[in-house]
Design a protein around this ligand. Structure first.
Ligand code: IVH
Length: 697
């Protein structure tokens, strides 16, 4: 039992006890919800355990107050509706926790007493690492994986066979031939620390919010309806038990050996311990290597090795009597948040960072913690000077859990999220599609330029042979390529550089010449590739094509963008931009913000002047070369459909009437555009005529 066992004060009146117990149930339900459902625990394991023990103590003192469905009875949280429910053949239990040596001493004494063994009688334990992931059960029939599910509330879990099947360390067919016909393997699904960091990097690139820790990332990945998403995440599985023990397996050690033989991976290190001091030595040795392990562990688990003893010991409430988790020192603590600074990521996301009064968390000195984004700051109302609760999320990224009670009269005002990049001073804006605030500096921001350059030369952009990610890294470090224009002036500058690229080991005359040649060849580029290469947020290959078709030439596009960004989001120019096929508000805003930055404008202008940018061909169709303007409401199709139709037949849409407009199509309740069209001689089509036009073979 944990050290909190003797602490709770038991109210003397029944009414007070009832109120207290109800309150504790609510708290425990809430924290179960945060932990299991949201994957975002708000309190430390010790604090949770203290609440849990207090509720147990009250239940013991007032047994008739105990209700049926209490958080002291069930494990976890009820399963999500979106997955099919699965009843566990044998309940999936949790583990009792201990944080101190006394807790382990109590555990051993309790077991020996229960089994009627002398206090100094030998008793073996299997010691295993406690992986910080989420537990899963796998059913095999005749060696074939037939079902995989989560623990859920311990009685009912969620069917996640489709995502579990994507995990390489889960065999679809058991190895060997000595497995029973029906087998249920239990273990932990997790993500390695390295894969977690890579996944978050990817998410940052895609503008998605980062996962707080590997456990959340694993839980989020495995509980996907789409197994393709899970398959992209390199999840792993360690097996540690069986629901029912087959004949012939007598110990936990033998059980683990069988699991290994059948093709499962196991936690490491595993050790048979014969005494308290052996257990404590194991605990100390694992804690020492904890931060070097490739995956997060939050403690170690001791299990009575003999399975017949395990059976006799049975369970209490929701945990087996024969096992205990010896948790590592809490990695939460309180400190002062000295300042909030802003870090700029490789894709330009501005992340607020808490600069802390250094604090030792589980043996690691923490002086910075992530605050995720502007919304999170606001939601948790975190301010400079606050006393805060810090947590090392797993072993990886420290985070601020919440502000501890503060004297509001002495608090600093709320942090004002900057609207400029602290690195390049370009303005930053909040992308409506995501929680992130982004710097608009792009190539001009040293935090982002290298990534942008890699995109610029990539396969669907300039596609320069011999100039891949590694070469960009090299030229960036050498300060020879810091901007897109530097690529095209590389050869000319090289003759003046010492050493010349030809003299640098690993390059040589031939490869340098090949590279210069490849760059020269890309002085000519199609307009859509050029647009895509600029890496403007949300401008992918398809939107780039749409813009290229719509504006025809790079100078025309540039001129329009410059004008649009000088005006407001209400301007006619902006409205005309967002009426282009594939271009909506978000893309429009992204272009607007990009062109508001003078350095971006200069960079694009210089490139347009230097390069030969080739217009792309309109899809040939019956409306090729014709520009349409719609006014009023059409009866047979929406405006969007009409737009798609024009574009699919090779025509273009405009939102402002000019002599360049070939037809004005008029629906019901048209505005004043008819008069203007008549005045400048633009032909007018009614809906019927429009329909005839597009049905023409
Ligand atoms: S044994 C009946 N062994 O820790 C015993 N659990 O906090 C059930 N866990 O639900 C579990 N590593 O998800 C066991 N080596 C290990 C473990 C382990 C991680 C997890 C498991 C369990 C939770 C309890």
């Amino acid at each position: 039992m944990s050290l909190f066992k003797s602490l709770p004060e038991i109210p003397t009146s029944e009414a007070k006890a009832r109120a207290k117990l109800d309150h504790l149930y609510k708290e425990l339900f809430y924290h179960n919800y945060c932990y299991y459902e949201l994957n975002e625990p708000e309190i430390s394991d010790e604090d949770y355990d203290a609440l849990f023990q207090e509720a147990l103590a009250l239940e013991r003192a007032y047994p008739h107050l105990k209700k049926d469905n209490t958080p002291t009875k069930s494990v976890g949280y009820a399963p999500l509706e979106k997955f099919e429910k699965v009843s566990h053949s044998v309940p999936m239990l949790s583990l009792d926790n201990a944080f101190k040596q006394e807790g382990i001493e109590d555990f051993i004494k309790r077991i020996k007493k229960f089994l009627g063994l002398e206090i100094d009688a030998p008793l073996e334990f299997m010691a295993e690492p406690k992986i910080d992931g989420l537990s899963a059960a796998l059913r095999y029939e005749k060696g074939h994986l037939v079902l995989g599910c989560t623990r859920g509330d311990g009685t009912t879990g969620e069917n996640i066979t489709h995502t579990l099947r994507t995990i390489h360390s889960i065999p679809h067919h058991l190895k060997g031939d000595d497995y029973p016909d029906f087998l249920e393997v239990r273990g932990e699904v997790f993500l390695s620390k390295e894969d977690f960091l890579l996944l978050n990097e990817e998410r940052e690139k895609e503008g998605l919010p980062a996962f707080a820790n590997p456990r959340n990332a694993a839980a989020g990945s495995v509980r996907q309806l789409d197994s393709v998403v899970a398959a992209k995440r390199p999840l792993q599985f360690f097996a540690y038990s069986l629901a029912l023990i087959p004949e012939g397996i007598k110990t936990q050690r033998a059980l683990l050996d069988s699991l290994k033989k059948w093709g499962f991976s196991l936690g490491d290190p595993l050790k048979i311990c014969g005494s308290l001091s052996d257990l404590l030595e194991y605990y100390g040795s694992v804690e020492k290597i904890r931060s070097h392990l490739p995956y997060d562990i939050d403690g170690v688990v001791y299990k009575v090795n003999r399975l017949d003893y395990q059976e006799r010991l049975g369970q209490v409430s929701r945990s087996p009597r024969w096992a205990i988790a010896h948790k590592f020192q809490a990695s939460q603590g309180e400190t002062i948040l000295k300042a909030i600074t802003i870090q700029v990521g490789r894709t330009g996301v501005l992340t607020p960072v808490a600069e802390l009064e250094p604090i030792n968390l589980g043996g690691v000195l923490v002086s910075r913690a992530t605050l995720h984004n502007a919304d999170e700051l606001l939601r948790k109302d975190i301010r400079e000077g606050d006393r805060v609760l810090i947590q090392r999320a797993g072993d990886v990224i420290p985070q601020v859990v919440r502000v501890l009670s503060t004297d509001s009269s002495k608090r600093n005002p709320p942090f004002i999220f900057p609207n400029h990049c602290p690195i390049c001073h370009s303005h930053a804006y909040r992308d409506p599609e995501e929680a992130a605030t982004r710097c608009t500096g792009g190539f001009n921001c040293s935090a982002q330029a290298k990534e942008r350059l890699k995109h610029f030369v990539s396969r669907h952009a300039f596609d320069i042979e011999g100039l891949g990610d590694k070469s960009i890294d090299f030229f960036w470090e050498q300060k020879r390529i810091l901007s897109p224009m530097d690529i095209f002036t590389l050869e000319e500058r090289d003759s003046k550089e010492t050493p010349s690229l030809k003299m640098i080991p690993g390059w040589g005359e031939k490869s340098a010449e090949n590279l210069f040649q490849a760059i020269r060849e890309k002085n000519h580029i199609s307009f859509d590739r050029f647009l895509y290469a600029l890496g403007i947020r949300h401008i992918g290959q398809i939107t780039a094509k749409s813009l290229a078709l719509s504006y025809e030439t790079a100078p025309a596009w540039y001129e329009f963008m410059e004008k649009m960004a000088a005006e407001s989001l209400e301007s006619e120019a902006f409205q005309s931009l967002i009426s282009i096929n594939m271009i909506g508000q978000t893309i429009g805003l992204s272009l607007y913000e990009f062109f508001r930055e003078p350095l971006n404008k200069k960079m694009v202008k210089d490139l347009i002047e230097f390069l030969t940018i080739i217009p792309i061909q309109q899809t040939k169709g019956i409306l090729s070369g014709k520009t349409f303007l719609f006014t009023g409401t059409l009866q047979t199709m929406t405006r969007e459909e009409a737009k798609q139709k024009v574009e699919s037949l090779g025509g273009k849409i405009t939102s402002s009437l000019s002599s360049q407009t070939n037809f004005l199509v008029v629906g019901e309740n048209p505005g004043s555009k008819i008069q203007k069209a008549q005045a400048i001689g633009v032909p007018i089509l009614n809906e019927q005529e429009w329909l005839q036009l597009i049905q023409k073979p």
